[in-house]
Design a protein around this ligand. Structure first.
Ligand SMILES: O=P(O)(O)OC[C@@H](O)[C@@H](O)c1c[nH]c2ccccc12
Length: 246
């Protein structure tokens, strides 16, 4: 059973526990996010997120196909697709449609607590999944990570504070995402994110997530060790911004 949670996080995890498995044959090779990030040298490694809405107030409906195509054409090295329905307005068909279009890694962005969700991610063409330390017991984190790896998927292990990081660094998770947004309070704390980034050994791939608005934010986060940048709101509000952020 995932960790004890309250408020919207408890609700979103309860919904996740009963999400059905989509049984479909995968129609896409696996594009390794770690490889795409490591081989990005002449630009910023940006993972562009498709997210229609969020508990922190976003409300932007866009054409998914147009958005992901535009991001790939303008240099994004990855796409993150929200598949959580109630709070983020996402869907499994969004993931399926993105997988038909782009030839760059796709992250299935959801609150993963079961193997069924990881099977669905694989079957619909995702290349990576998100494992959020805050919502999982350590045993679940390890088991779900192994399960994803056995399918050939990569996992971004997401931390938001020092306690999460302490847990994550006990294992050889090779991609660590630092979420500047506290998922309970929804507050963005970039200073805290920088501190966490600095505490991650350089043998891990570090992804800065949330609250990134401009090039200066990227330059600053790079100084603290970020290798890649997960950007949703800024790009959903103005997709053209990818041209100045890349
Ligand atoms: O819209 P932003 O501030 O650019 O944030 C994107 C992404 O980091 C954020 O959507 C996110 C990071 N981790 C999550 C976990 C669940 C849902 C959403 C997220």
């Amino acid at each position: 059973m995932p960790r004890y949670l309250e408020g919207w996080l408890a609700d979103v995890v309860k919904i996740s526990l009963s999400r059905e498995r989509i049984n479909k044959v995968r129609e896409r090779p696996i594009y390794l996010l770690s490889k795409f990030i490591k081989s990005t040298i002449d630009k910023n490694a940006i993972i562009a997120e498709f997210k229609r809405k969020s508990p922190s107030g976003l409300n932007e409906n866009r054409d998914l196909e147009e958005y992901v195509k535009f991001m790939e054409e303008n240099g994004a090295i990855g796409i993150s697709v929200l598949t959580e329905e109630k709070y983020f307005g996402g869907s499994y068909s969004d993931l399926e449609n993105a997988a038909k279009i782009v030839k760059i890694p796709i992250l299935m962005k959801d609150f993963i607590v079961t193997e069924k969700q990881i099977d669905t991610a694989f079957n619909l063409g995702a290349d990576a999944i998100l494992l959020i330390v805050k919502i999982l017991t350590e045993r679940e984190l390890i088991n779900l990570y192994e399960y994803a790896r056995n399918l050939g998927l990569e996992a971004i292990v997401e931390v938001t504070d020092e306690n999460d990081l302490k847990i994550a660094l006990r294992y050889d998770f090779n991609i660590i995402g630092v979420n500047a947004r506290n998922l309970s309070s929804l507050e963005v704390n970039i200073r805290n994110a920088r501190k966490i980034l600095e505490m991650i050994p350089n043998d891990r791939i570090k992804i800065a997530e949330s609250g990134i608005k401009n090039k200066e934010d990227i330059i600053e986060l790079k100084k603290y060790g970020a290798d890649a940048f997960l950007i949703g709101t800024t790009l959903m509000k103005d997709p053209n911004k990818i041209k100045e952020l890349i």
